[in-house]
Design a protein around this ligand. Structure first.
Ligand code: G6C
Length: 346
C-alpha cells in the first residue's frame, strides 16, 4: 500500500540522522522531471527540520531519445551534468546530495564523491524504502561481508542449474551498499543491503546459467527459459538459449558497444526483508526493483560499466542479474549455499 506524507517525513528524518546530517550542513536534493515528488517533498521537510541548509537542483532528464526504456537503470552514466558546470559546482560544494534522478555510473558522480560529498540515491517507491529501512544491524552484516570479500583472492560460483564461474579479486575495491551515505565521500542507495566487487579485469571464466524464473534487470522480467552464458577472459562471449537468450542478446547488441559484454560487479544479497517475488507484483516502470538486487542469498552478477569502481568503462548498457539457488565461495569458503546465506551469519 502507499505511504502517507507524515510517515515518509519521519522515515527521512531517521535516515538523514543515520547519515549524520547535522544543522548547518549544505544538503542538495537533486531532481529531474521524473523524480517522485513525494520523496522530494518529504526529504525537504526532514532536512529542514534537522537545520540543514537545503537546496533543490533540477536537471533536465537525459537520453530519452536514446534509451529503449524509461527505467533509470536502463541507460546509465550519461547525465545532464556532463554539460552543466554550474550544477556540478553546486553538488561538489554540498556536504550531502540526495539523488532522485540517478547519476549512478556517471563520471560526474565520481568527481562529486572524490571531494568528500556524501550521496544517497532515492528512486524506489516509498513503500519499498520504508519496508527496507536501513538498520545498524544490516550495516554491520554488510561490513562483515566486506571484510571477507576484501581479503579474498578468488570467487567461485556453482549451481545445480549448471553455473560454474570463477574470477580473481584484488584489483578493485569492494562495493558495500547498506542504504546510508554516512561517511565522507560515500555513495549509497536507500534501500540496499548487499556486497559486491568488480573482478580483476580479464579474470572471469566459466559458465553462468540464468535458470527459468531468475530475474533480469533492467528488463524487469523473470527468465522464461534457461540462458547459458559463456564467460571468457572477463567477457560474455556466448549467449545460448531460447527466447530469453535472444532477448538479452538483442538488447545488449542494440548498444553497439563491445564493452557491454564485460563482466561487472559480482556479489551476494544480504537483505531478509527483500523478496524475489516483489518484481512480479509491480509495474515495470515503478522502480529499479532493489528487492531483486538485495534479496538474501542471491548471486548478483552484472555486465557493462566499472566507473563506480574507478575504472574507465562507461558503457551505458548495464544488466543486473540476481540468480537464485547458487553457491558462492571465496577462496573455497562458502558464503552462500544453494541460495542461502551462510556468511556472514544472518
Ligand atoms: O543500487 C544499485 C543499483 C544498480 C547497481 O548496479 C548497483 N547498485
Amino acid at each position: 500500500m502507499a505511504i502517507s506524507d507524515p510517515d515518509l517525513v519521519i522515515a527521512w528524518k531517521q535516515v538523514l540522522d543515520m547519515c549524520k546530517v547535522t544543522a548547518g550542513e549544505q544538503l542538495t536534493i537533486l531532481t529531474s522531471d521524473d523524480s517522485n515528488p513525494q520523496i522530494v517533498g518529504a526529504c525537504r521537510i526532514a532536512a529542514t527540520q534537522i537545520g540543514a541548509v537545503v537546496s533543490l537542483l533540477n536537471l533536465p532528464p537525459m537520453n530519452g531519445e536514446k534509451a529503449l526504456s524509461r527505467d533509470k537503470s536502463g541507460y546509465v552514466g550519461k547525465t545532464a551534468l556532463a554539460f552543466n558546470s554550474a550544477a556540478l559546482a553546486c553538488l561538489k560544494a554540498s556536504d550531502m546530495v540526495i539523488d532522485t534522478m540517478q547519476l549512478l555510473f556517471s563520471p560526474e558522480q565520481e568527481q562529486i564523491l572524490r571531494g568528500g560529498t556524501r550521496m544517497l540515491l532515492a528512486v524506489e517507491p516509498p513503500e519499498v524504502m520504508l519496508r527496507m529501512m536501513p538498520t545498524m544491524e544490516g550495516k554491520a552484516r554488510v561490513l562483515a561481508a566486506e571484510k571477507l570479500l576484501e581479503k579474498a583472492k578468488v570467487m567461485t560460483v556453482t549451481s545445480k542449474a549448471g553455473t560454474d564461474f570463477r574470477c580473481a579479486l584484488g584489483q578493485y575495491p569492494v562495493l558495500t551498499q547498506y542504504g546510508l551515505a554516512d561517511e565522507k565521500g560515500r555513495w549509497d542507495h536507500w534501500p540496499s543491503c548487499f556486497v559486491a566487487r568488480w573482478p580483476d579485469e580479464g579474470s572471469c571464466e566459466g559458465t553462468i546459467v540464468i535458470d527459468e524464473g531468475d530475474i533480469m534487470l533492467p528488463f524487469k522480467m523473470y527468465a522464461r527459459d534457461r540462458v547459458v552464458l559463456t564467460i571468457e577472459k572477463g567477457f560474455v562471449t556466448r549467449i545460448d538459449g531460447g527466447f530469453t537468450a535472444d532477448y538479452m542478446k538483442e538488447f545488449m547488441d542494440s548498444f553497439n558497444a563491445p564493452e557491454a559484454y564485460a563482466m561487472a560487479h559480482v556479489g551476494w544479497g544480504l537483505e531478509p526483508r527483500a523478496s524475489w517475488t516483489q518484481l512480479g507484483l509491480y509495474d515495470r516502470e515503478s522502480g529499479l526493483s532493489m528487492d531483486s538486487r538485495t534479496f538474501a542469498g542471491n548471486f548478483l552478477f552484472s555486465t557493462g560499466p566499472n566507473t563506480e569502481a574507478g575504472g574507465k568503462r562507461d558503457v551505458p548498457c548495464h544488466l543486473d542479474i540476481p540468480l537464485r539457488k547458487c553457491s558462492l565461495s571465496l577462496d573455497g569458503e562458502a558464503m552462500t549455499v544453494e541460495g542461502k546465506v551462510v556468511q556472514p551469519p544472518m
